[in-house]
Design a binder for this molecule. Sequence first.
Ligand code: ADP
Length: 684
Amino acid sequence: MLPGAIISYLGLQSINQKSENLRTKYSGTVSLVLDKLENELIQLEENLRNRIFEQLPNYDRNTDLKMWLRNIESEYSAFKHLFLVNADGGLISTSVSIGWNKLPEYNPLIKPQAVTNFRMAENAEFVRKNFIDAISFYQKALIHKTSSQEQALFLSRIGRCYFKMGKYKEGINEYKKILVLENEEITLGSVPAAIVALSQIADGYEVLKDNKELFNITLELYQRLINHPWDLTGGEYLYYLKSASTKILSFELQDSSINSSERNIKELKNKEKNLLEQIRFIGLINQNILSEIEFDLKHGTSSELQTRHISLTENNSTIQLAYFKLPSMFQQSQLVTMGYQIKKDYILSDLFPEILASVELGKDVLVGILDEKDSLLYLHNNQPTLNYLAAENFSHLFTYWKVALFDQDGKSIEQLVRKERQLYLVLLVGIIAVMFIGIYVMIRAVMHESEVSRMKSEFVSNVSHELKTPLALIRMFGETLDTGIVTDEKKRREFYSIIRKESERLTQLINNVLDFSRMDAGSKEYNFEEADLVKVVRSSLEAYKFHIRDNGFEIESELPDELKMLRIDKDAISQALLNLLGNAVKYSEEKKYIRVGVRKDLSSALISVTDKGVGIPKEELKKIFDKFYRVTNTKAKKTRGSGLGLTLAKQIIEAHAGTIEVESEIGKGSKFTIIIPLFGTSTS
Ligand code: ADP
């Protein structure tokens, strides 16, 4: 028991150890994979930074800056929405900016003639409402213009006055002159002059109901807005874009004649979509990150080149942003920070698969990426799985993501070990069961042994008793005869007969004991020969008749004339039969009746011995053929015996390839039947 307990304890210990080992192994692998992925990301960012420092942008013009950003962005698949921050907190991306350029300061009219005429014109326009006067003053001012900026201003005023007079065609002509100026930098208020002019012209055509011109102008306006967006500060740009876009849409719905420009419009619509996306992004940065970036810059917490990562949740999805301080060579251009968004899709569907394909993991393990809710974002080999073996969060980028290792069948370490543990427990139970069975068998063997030794000693006392009695009788009657006291011839004969019977019994007893010891040692030799079974039975009965009759038994026999057997040992068969007869005598009380029968059936010869004696309890029937076994009912107790008679009979019959059967009923008698197969008979 003790070794069993020790083995089981050690076994369970080793399974626990194993699960610990597996855990360490898998978390080691996860760390390795994570390192590899993160290093690759870091490398990508490093490359981007180096590329940025490689070539300084022309920072004077917004369009150049945007182009610079656009060029770099196009070289990297992992990043998008590149943006720059300037010292004033202005933001610029690849297509839009917010707060990037200060509003142009009011441009004073330089020439005094221009100033006077302009004032008089305004007076005529707003106070006197004399638009003809106003137009002529504006025209005079126009003569003294010093810049196209001024020119645009005066032209727009003239146009406006014509519109106020209802002279739309003339007004349109004035506005068209602004378009000819073709200088993007010219503004009216904070809006590019061309945009103002185009939208006025469109209004004019609308009043004139010239739909064709209206559409052409609106399309041009829309085109310009999309190709040359200006700073978002103030919201004018978005206002113009939205109104132009809706107008174009209503044209599309109304008029089928615009089909020719359809493709062009589609393209513009696409561009608008991208632009709106940029605007949304810039707005997001402006609202959420800018203060953090400025705080960082002010307090100098981020060292010059260190990249900082932030994640931002927008419409239930998290976006990953990064920014870093630009080195001093950018500073003169007021560019202080560069930022970008890391493309989740690219990372998950291109970068990671490529890296993971080169990682040797073993065939029963898979790698996956999980999001913050533990749902699968990416799985190498794309098999569905449930539990992971080990997982670890990314440390600086996508910190809400985990790298996880999966078993091919989606099992956790616990489940993997559980199987082994169960197997082990079953084994353990098996060992314990075997141990118990062993103990049981041992106890039985010991008990059997002690039973046998008890029976043996009983046997010795029985046999010695069996020997003593006839010897004493023989001696007593022998001595009596020897003294010559008995003169009565009848008495003498009786004494002789007793001596003969007792010596016969003695002989039988000694034969039994000797035969038994021979059989037990396996050295009993049989003398098989061809013989008549009936003859054997008859002579045995003859020899035993006296004994039977003396004991007051009625004997009946039913024997055929002859039953030739090819191979029997006459003495042995006779001995078996005598043992059965002896038992019938011993175990009968009032009804002293014995019947012996011999017959044959198809395959065997049968010898039966029937009595009307005490009978044998059912549960003892099996055991009475065991050596030394004696039934412990009262009658048997009183009778002398060695417990060997039936054992011998059985062994003898078995040596003849036969069997011995018994039927018995308590108080009614017993019938023993010897069955010997007929293959030994000769045809008679
Ligand atoms: P024993 O020397 O005791 O007669 P046996 O081997 O001949 O030994 O018989 C075993 C036991 O079987 C006997 O003790 C007896 O109880 C029982 N037995 C045998 N033959 C008979 C019978 N004809 N009637 C009743 N009991 C019998």
